[in-house]
Design a binder for this molecule. Structure first.
Ligand SMILES: Nc1ncnc2c1ncn2[C@@H]1O[C@H](COP(=O)(O)OP(=O)(O)OP(=O)(O)O)[C@@H](O)[C@H]1O
Ligand SMILES: [Mg+2]
Length: 454
């Protein structure tokens, strides 16, 4: 995790730096907004900006946006005017931290934007053998493709590979190809030269160059359009890239890890993904099994998350009761580790008594694990029947809207997971949601259902 402090932070920047460094972050500091933008442009890299509230945060975000630079901003200030923190958030800051900073608060903010320090938990033989294989190939320079359903831990695995590689001391840079709008992705990956487009007031170094010497994670690689796939292929073959609007190629030394939750062979057959690119990326394939095929992991992970969230919420740790354990091990977990993690988080907050029983483990729809166990197939059949009965007389668009929003509720607002279940691309899903939103229809926010926070 790389943090860039912008401004004097009311004299508290030394303390803030120390707190962040104690949590394993690399910290740099600049004084002005212009210096911050120049720092990012140069590809020196930051995962988070801590910006002094007295600076014009809106202007900084606008300057970054004009140059296609996306980095989360957290505002910090001493005794701010009551409206100043709200203004910063309105201008686009993700959080506000009052100074002098509470170390726990800084740590929580760092943890929220970065996955760096999440350990890989594994106990099931199927997962242990994937990890063993991963550790054997980690020191090589081979490209690795990590596949598996949404929420199985592909990103956790990518970070693990980097930690076990010869590049561990160098940068780990990750780009989520699905989350960045198509027209900005090229610049994000390859950078651009001054004048490449309106707003390109100076050279900007992209993620390929930022990752020089280290590892570049291309998350959700299948979401890249055909032209970018061609450009990526060239980058991997030649080990050099062309900045947008650039005239001379730039050499890069990187190890590429890509992830996808789609069936890539199928994507190739359908003509949406280049076969030659798949061959390039798929030198080593790590296929992560879904959680339902790793019953021993389910329990180990459940216990890990219960401890983690009890600690984070300052609640005493409660062990799982025997019936709860049995149900966790036998459940299907369609949302994999992410769903289990959310369920355990809720259980920590809901449980009372000495143990966590099945009642505390809620499904996203609010029913408890105990009420739904054993009846998944029956419930699905009933739901399907109810759905067909209410479909007649409605337009396809209406039914589609219900299906999309219900699925999103089921996935607790997780776009990637919902798109996966629906069999559409995350971009298509986002476009539809935007449409609904424009029509004034309530959309579940990430981590929530339409009924509210989960
Ligand atoms: N083996 C593991 N040990 C500890 N935590 C895990 C493990 N696997 C997954 N997690 C946690 O589960 C969540 C989902 O994991 P991750 O983001 O790596 O999944 P993913 O496969 O990349 O999902 P997606 O396809 O949606 O991007 C994260 O919060 C992660 O920390
Ligand atoms: Mg992921």
């Amino acid at each position: 995790m790389r943090v860039l402090i912008v401004g004097p932070l009311g004299g508290h920047s030394t303390t803030a730096t120390k707190i962040a460094m104690d949590r394993g972050a690399k910290v740099a500091q600049v004084d002005t907004l212009d210096q911050a933008t120049a720092y990012l442009r140069a590809g020196r890299g930051a995962d988070l900006l801590l910006v002094d509230l007295s600076l014009d945060i809106g202007a900084l975000l606008a300057a970054n946006a004009a140059e296609h630079i996306t980095v989360p901003v957290v505002a910090c200030g001493v005794n701010p005017r009551p409206s100043a923190a709200a203004d910063a958030i309105r201008a686009g800051a993700k959080e506000f931290i009052p100074l002098p900073a509470d170390p726990e608060l800084i740590a929580a903010v760092l943890a929220a934007v970065s996955d760096d320090d999440r350990p890989m938990i594994a106990r099931d033989p199927s997962m242990l053998s994937v990890i063993e294989f991963a550790e054997r190939v980690a020191p090589s320079e081979a490209s690795v493709l990590i596949t598996g359903e949404s929420g199985v831990g592909k990103e956790v695995m990518a970070r693990h590979l980097h930690r076990k590689s010869k590049r561990a001391a160098k940068a780990f840079v990750s780009v989520n190809c699905a989350a960045i709008p198509e027209n900005l992705l090229e610049s994000e990956l390859f950078g651009h030269e001054k004048g490449a487009f309106t707003g390109a007031v100076a050279r900007r170094v992209g993620k390929f160059e930022e990752a020089h010497g280290g590892t570049l994670l291309l998350d959700e690689i299948t979401e890249m359009d055909a032209r970018l796939q061609a450009k990526l292929l060239r980058a991997l073959q030649e080990r050099e890239i062309d900045r947008v609007g650039g005239t001379a190629p730039v050499k890069v030394d990187i190890r590429v890890i890509a992830t996808s939750n789609r069936d890539l062979q199928k994507a190739v057959r359908e003509g949406v993904f280049r076969e030659d690119l798949l061959f390039r990326l798929n030198v080593v394939n790590l296929a992560l099994p879904p959680l339902r095929e790793r019953p021993k992991d389910a329990l180990a992970l459940a216990e890990h998350f219960l401890k983690k969230y009890a600690k984070a919420n300052g609640i005493e740790h409660r062990p799982l009761s025997e019936p709860a354990k049995a149900q966790i091990a036998s459940r299907q977990w369609p949302g994999n580790v992410r769903e289990l993690e959310n369920a355990m988080h809720r259980a920590v907050l809901m449980a009372d008594g000495p143990e966590i029983g099945p009642d505390a483990i809620r499904m996203p729809d609010g029913s408890s694990l105990s009420a739904s166990s054993g009846g998944v197939a029956r419930q699905a059949a009933e739901a399907a029947e109810a759905a067909t009965q209410t479909m007649v007389g409605r337009t396809v668009a209406e039914v589609e809207q219900d299906l999309i929003l219900d699925t999103l509720d089921h996935c607790l607002g997780n776009r990637t997971h919902a798109a996966n279940i629906l069999g559409i691309s995350i971009r298509t899903l986002r476009n539809k949601l935007k449409l609904y939103n424009d029509q004034g229809i309530t959309i579940p926010a990430p981590g929530e259902t339409r009924a509210g926070a989960a």
